[in-house]
Design a protein around this ligand. Structure first.
Ligand SMILES: NC(=O)c1ccc[n+]([C@@H]2O[C@H](COP(=O)([O-])OP(=O)(O)OC[C@H]3O[C@@H](n4cnc5c(N)ncnc54)[C@H](O)[C@@H]3O)[C@@H](O)[C@H]2O)c1
Ligand SMILES: [Zn+2]
Length: 370
């Protein structure tokens, strides 16, 4: 069964389709959007090896021809070099304003290809076919596209909404367990920021979902995407409520920076630990009872995920060093650290004026436990 979440953004509205077998049916799904029966697909080597033939056949079944550019896998692809290569390749293929570009991969491919589509001929349409859990629940929806700079992550980019998102639950079965669980960190984030009910559902169903149950996986993706769609529809360009999607990210980005954006800590792992630290800070500020951070950590532990600074291998800077990295994060406004805090699981809010001594205290304690 295919579930549809509609993202209501006026003339930029689109559907996110969630189900199994969507890649094999991609031709039928995409055909109504095409001016001519040809698409340019950009992907990366891991996804190409595992799933590109399925996509090719799925498109061919509807008479759609594809040409594919296969980039290297990994975060370092998301920079100027592969970006300009992609844009030039699309121009060589004579992709025009009415054509459709397909981003086929995880968040790295989705962000890079979406940004290429945003600037190519001042904007061409694109379809997201996200292949990681993180990309299905988060990066493929909402229109944030971009690449990294030596100055920092995601510093170059544009808002450019896709025309369609096809989240095929079946492709998640080839993900490495660690990559799957990192994506699950963003799923837990949705429960933490906006829905105790969803969090309780995850407590009950998370282990079976991680073990491979596709019905539960589809339900988790649908509920996450619905929450993201609601927030993006209310605040497309992050003037306010969209910032709630950054729960756990101020801490998380600092930890990613401290570990050199390496395999020591994946983005979603940093987000999960960051959510626990944001909840801990909220409890310390008297906003919620200590039960909430403990309960969040207990769920992460039950899932076999990293939940604490103690779970990060290798050296970490001290509390001051981590605070400095947080201040470098782009969510700094006029010298103040913006935090997403919460009054309970599912009740996040944007706090502009957080007592930094409390944050330092939380970090010192977490570091001492290592
Ligand atoms: N635009 C947004 O709103 C947004 C939100 C969150 C994250 N992001 C970005 O997303 C990126 C991270 O995305 P990601 O976690 O998907 O990383 P990724 O794209 O690097 O994929 C992770 C790994 O999984 C592999 N892979 C992908 N699909 C697979 C499949 N079906 N089977 C087996 N292996 C597969 C990839 O080759 C890679 O090794 C970061 O650059 C982050 O900044 C963007
Ligand atoms: Zn994230």
């Amino acid at each position: 069964m295919t579930e549809i979440v509609h993202v209501p953004l006026g003339e930029r509205a689109y559907d996110v389709k969630i189900g199994t077998g969507l890649i094999a049916r991609a031709g039928a799904e995409i055909a109504p959007l095409l001016g001519r029966e040809r698409v340019a697909v950009v992907t990366e080597e891991n996804v190409a090896r595992l799933h590109l033939e399925t996509l090719r056949a799925g498109l061919a079944a509807a008479g759609i021809e594809m040409e594919a550019l296969v980039l290297p896998a990994g975060e370092s692809t998301k920079g100027w070099a592969e970006f300009s290569r992609t844009v030039e390749w699309l121009l060589e293929r004579k992709v025009e304003r009415n054509d459709m570009v397909v981003a086929f991969g995880g968040g790295v491919i989705g962000d890079l290809v979406g940004f290429a589509a945003a600037i190519l001929r001042r904007g061409v349409r694109f379809v997201q076919i996200p292949t990681t859990l993180l990309a299905q629940v988060d990066s493929s929806v909402g229109g944030k596209t971009g690449i990294n700079s030596p100055h920092g992550k995601n510093l170059i980019g544009a808002f450019h909404q896709p025309s369609l998102v096809l989240a095929d639950i079946g492709v998640l079965s080839t993900l490495a367990p660690r990559d799957f669980l990192a994506g699950y960190g963003e799923v837990v984030k949705y429960g933490g920021l906006g829905s105790l009910d969803f969090f309780e559902w995850l407590e009950a169903n998370g282990p079976a979902l991680a073990a491979g149950d596709e019905g539960l996986r589809a339900e988790a993706v649908r509920r996450s995407v619905q929450m993201k769609a609601d927030i993006v529809a209310a605040d497309e360009t992050e003037q306010g409520v969209r910032a709630l999607l950054n729960l756990g990210h101020t801490f998380g980005h600092a930890l990613e920076a401290a570990t050199g954006f390496s395999q020591r800590l994946l983005h979603g792992e940093g987000v999960a630990i960051g959510c626990a630290l944001a909840f801990e800070t909220s409890a310390r500020l008297g906003l919620m009872s200590q039960e909430s951070p403990s309960r969040l950590r207990a769920h992460l532990a039950a899932m076999g995920m990293k939940k604490d600074l103690a779970d990060i291998p290798g050296e970490l800077p001290g509390a001051e060093g981590l605070m400095a990295l947080m201040a470098q994060d782009k969510k700094v406004q006029a010298g103040r650290l913006r935090f997403i805090l919460a009054r309970g699981i599912g009740e996040a809010f944007l706090a502009d004026d957080v007592d930094l001594d409390v944050v330092r205290g939380v970090l010192e304690e977490a570091l001492a436990a290592r």
